[in-house]
Design a binder for this molecule. Structure first.
Ligand code: GUN
Length: 279
């Protein structure tokens, strides 16, 4: 039986440390979620993040803007949040409406308040191996692998997907742990040949149940970042039933990576508040 990589357990151990760190801060950190439009999944994610803040005794607020908000207005709102000393973290929930230039919006966030780690300065720091805020989902994957004492150094790590928010930073974080990293994506000619060579396979491709038993090596560690609502309930990018019997460890969906994303966001918020307090 494969070891289940249960993000909930990992997150609980991180939260006990976070609670201690919160108690040492002179002010209670505050995060503002910027939610544009009424995408159902985005609302659910923002609500879950806000609830976790409440549970931990952190302050949070959601700034809701209409789907047709202009880019200039959105930038102005972010600029106001940048100047507000009572706000320590700013998270612009993605995706944004198509007509808004996402890169411009993310670059507007004060890099010291960029708890998502998506500002070009923070992305650049990660590239240089000196991260300030690592994007939450990939940081959560590393935290999870460490919690379960899964060795990373020298391993063949394959990342499926090359998004700015998961795939690319995941590859960089695995490199920082001295893995040999390969990134595969929708244009890779023989994806299966590469995934089959992985000791650690991180899947963030956005296709329900895509990775089957014949994509993985026996004994591999599989981390499933996908999450999809289907008539059969929530499923990941990995066909759990087919893959689990073949591998040594696998993260389930739900209950795997999901809780880690919020957990790392809370950790980043604390880092942000600490950095701003020092400033
Ligand atoms: N949309 C889906 N996941 C995320 C995330 O981690 N951060 C932001 N800002 N938007 C998201």
């Amino acid at each position: 039986m494969a070891t289940l990589l249960e993000g909930k357990k990992v997150a609980e151990s991180v939260y006990s440390k976070i609670l201690l760190d919160i108690s040492l801060l002179p002010t209670i950190p505050k995060i503002v979620f910027v939610l544009v439009g009424d995408d159902g999944a985005s609302k659910t994610y923002v609500n879950a993040k806000g609830k976790k803040c409440t549970d931990l005794g952190l302050q949070s607020e959601t700034l809701r803007l209409p789907n047709d908000v202009s880019e200039e207005d959105l930038l102005r709102k972010i600029s106001e949040l940048n100047k507000n000393k009572n706000v320590h973290g700013i998270l612009v929930q993605l995706p944004l409406p198509k007509k808004i230039n996402k890169a411009r919006v993310l670059a507007e966030i004060d890099p010291l308040k960029d708890v998502d780690g998506l500002h070009p300065e923070n992305a650049g720091r990660l590239l240089q191996g000196e991260p300030r805020f690592s994007p939450c989902t990939p940081a959560g994957v590393i935290e999870m692998l460490k919690f379960y004492n899964i060795p990373i150094e020298g391993k063949n790590a394959v990342v499926v997907g090359r998004s700015e928010i998961v795939g690319k930073p995941m590859a960089l974080l695995l490199l920082m742990q001295n893995a040999t990293v390969t990134v595969v994506h929708s244009k890779t000619s023989d994806l299966k040949a590469v995934t089959k060579a992985a000791d650690i396979l991180v899947v963030a491709m956005g296709k329900p149940n895509f990775i089957g038993a014949d994509h993985v090596k026996a004994g591999a560690v599989v981390v499933d970042v996908g999450i999809h609502r289907t008539p059969d309930g929530l499923v990941g990018d990995v066909d759990f039933k087919a893959v689990e019997p073949k591998v040594s460890a696998i993260s389930p969906v739900p209950g795997g990576v999901g809780p880690m994303t919020i957990c790392m966001l809370m950790k980043n918020l604390l880092t942000a508040a600490t950095l701003q307090q020092k400033k």
